[in-house]
Design a protein. Sequence first.
Length: 232
Amino acid sequence: MIFQRDALSNVICNIRIPNGSNEEVGTAIFIEKNNEPYLLTASHVVQNINPQTYIVLADQKGIPTKLLLSTLLGGASFVNHNQADLAKVKIPITPSNQSFLQGRCFPFNQIDTSNNLISKDVELTTIGFPLGLGSVGAKFSPLSYRTYAAAPTITLPRFDNKVLCDFIILEMPSIGGYSGGPMFDLGYMITGMMSQTKEKTLLHGIVHGTISDPTGGKLAAITPCKYLDGWL
């Protein structure tokens, strides 16, 4: 199945963690495997969740809708990957969350859990909520950016706990709030009047963070979905 960028807005949500006068913000994606819904994000996004944590997602009219995370999860808890910056939770379907989950999940069979390296010629799209933008106001409008892999695999210490992990490095930087968001090969590319279409949209990774140096250079680090193989 090919997903347009607008349609992919429906499979993600903004996670907001109230912390005093501020809010920590991040992104997560709804996944469906064997007809069971999951919420997938970066583990560092949800490490400080509290009872006031809530998500913002689009209703059927594209209007931002708030939902307490505890209501969505129905008592379930996140499980962290033992190496990669990934956190998952299987969502039990309850009367309180059933309507929110209807038609919202990205199919697991369109996640690339292989060890195959992404070509540097493939256009990639990351979708999320940098600085929390896109989840407040009259319309739900997560931000997307298009880029390419600068390196399909680089081993680096994770930014949060220094555990060595493989990453996909993008030519463009990330921004706070994108963490936990998905990175897709949409399966199509439009160049001028020409459109190239593949078999389906693929999820390749989850945003980890930004590599930067004192010169101002920045690159995004993406946790590849190969870490989901056998775990999700």
